[in-house]
Design a protein around this ligand. Structure first.
Ligand SMILES: NC(=O)c1ccc[n+]([C@@H]2O[C@H](COP(=O)([O-])OP(=O)(O)OC[C@H]3O[C@@H](n4cnc5c(N)ncnc54)[C@H](O)[C@@H]3O)[C@@H](O)[C@H]2O)c1
Length: 399
């Protein structure tokens, strides 16, 4: 067991705070030793609140701090590439928040930078680490759902909390890059990351806000084995943050609700004067508080996995390569939204399987029929829908 890692954290915003809260909670041995912010006041205040010995307002100085071995990037999307490249050059282990890049070209440069420098890296995609998701992924891996056919992932809320998110140039897009990146990676995890995503069909529009980027998007991602991913994102959903996933397989189904209907509902006529949960719209009336937000959003399991991998010199569950694939899928989504056509996903680097055939198997009945479906009718009869394997004709029989 090592003494734990010493971290330089870039960013004192929402994610810098959630990450620091997670790492410093529950007597963990990893510590943030240097916090970077552009503003001295904010850096000083954050350092005081979280018991961090040093702060910095100079990015290069923070990245090259000899006292830290890990850099965590929690600053806006347009700054990820520069921070990753410089951290890799400084020989630090690099952990970067989502989305990895604003597009696949940036993500590829980041991937190549860490691989060239030979430093450890991890893509901080927390939503595949929620305890419910981890358990669901285990069930899928163990075959409980059979072959995965269709995964639907939804993230909607009333819109982000800082100006830069709404600026298409800084963010790399709107709701699709911001939240679709989570959905895409959830979908890939359930379908199987080794299965190649091949093409997308996407709708994007700006229905509500005065911005150039999209505030809504729906996308379909077709995988090489025929499985389908479907994401839905909105920056204008009313009622808090809606995070839901549905997984459909040949032998089973999983429905996940992460944030609004977790089994904790509260009513207050007067409120408690403040924060209830991320993106909650108020603190009175019926409320959906979240027991332990950093746990339920996956941050805790994510950092355990990443730091374990760093110590064991293995790969974390989410890598920079995964971040690159997510960016490539989103690039194709933006293209499809513009052309209104199915668009191919351009993956210059593919490290998964080349081809995975759809396996359709069926029980043979009376040596002549393939079983399509069996159903018990209201009158108790059991009806079989069958396909004649020679003629191809669909028939029905009572069992
Ligand atoms: N679930 C998640 O994984 C999750 C959630 C929220 C945000 N994020 C990601 O984290 C990153 C930061 O988002 P946030 O919500 O913390 O944003 P935020 O606006 O709350 O905080 C951004 C931080 O970056 C600093 N910053 C802003 N502009 C800068 C500049 N030009 N130069 C240097 N520093 C600058 C700000 O001072 C602040 O400390 C984004 O990439 C975002 O996509 C991830």
């Amino acid at each position: 067991m090592t003494d734990g890692h010493k971290i330089t954290m870039l960013g004192t915003g929402l994610i810098g705070m959630f990450y620091t809260m997670t790492i410093h909670s529950q007597r963990g041995r990893d510590r943030v030793v240097n916090i970077f912010s552009r503003s001295k006041e904010r850096a000083e205040k954050f350092a005081g609140e979280w018991n961090i010995p040093k702060y910095s307002t100079d990015l290069d100085e923070a990245l090259n701090d000899p006292d830290s071995d890990v850099v965590i990037i929690g600053i806006p999307n347009h700054l990820h590439k520069e921070a990753v490249v410089k951290a890799a050059q400084a020989g630090k282990a690099v952990l970067c928040t989502k989305p990895l890049g604003r597009n696949a070209a940036e993500a590829r440069e980041m991937l190549q930078a860490v691989e060239k420098a030979g430093v450890f890296s991890g893509y901080l995609e927390d939503l595949v680490y929620t305890p419910k998701t981890l358990k669901s992924l285990d069930s899928v891996k163990n075959g409980a759902l059979g072959r995965i056919l269709w995964v639907r992932s939804r993230e909607t809320h009333p819109g982000p909390h800082s100006a830069w998110f709404w600026d298409k140039e800084m963010a790399g897009g709107g709701a699709i890059i911001d939240m679709g990146c989570h959905c895409v990676e959830i979908i890939r995890n359930f379908i199987g990351k080794e299965i190649k995503p091949v093409e997308v069909m996407c709708w994007a529009d700006t229905l509500v806000h005065q911005i150039d980027a999209e505030d809504h998007g729906i996308g379909l991602i077709r995988f090489e084995n025929g499985s389908m991913g479907q994401f839905e994102v909105s920056w204008a959903f009313r009622g808090g943050m809606d995070l839901r996933d549905e997984v459909a397989g040949t032998e089973g189904t999983i429905w996940l609700d992460h944030f609004l209907r977790t089994g904790f509902q509260m009513f207050s006529s007067v409120g408690q004067g403040g924060y209830v949960a991320e993106k909650a719209e108020g603190d009175t009336g019926w409320l959906f508080p979240v027991g332990d937000e950093v746990q339920e959003l996956g941050y805790r399991h994510m950092f355990v996995d990443v730091f374990d991998a760093l110590e064991k010199k293995t790969e974390p569950m989410e890598t920079f390569y995964d971040g690159y694939v997510v960016n490539a899928i989103i690039d194709a989504c933006y293209k499809s939204a513009a052309t209104k056509q199915w668009e191919p996903i351009k993956l210059d680097i593919w490290r998964g399987k080349e081809l995975s055939m759809i396996e359709k198997s069926a029980e043979l009945i009376d040596g002549k029929y393939l079983l399509v479906k069996e159903e018990v009718m209201p009158d108790g009869r059991v009806k079989l829908i069958l396909k004649d394997k020679d003629s191809g004709k669909i028939v029905q029989k009572i069992k």
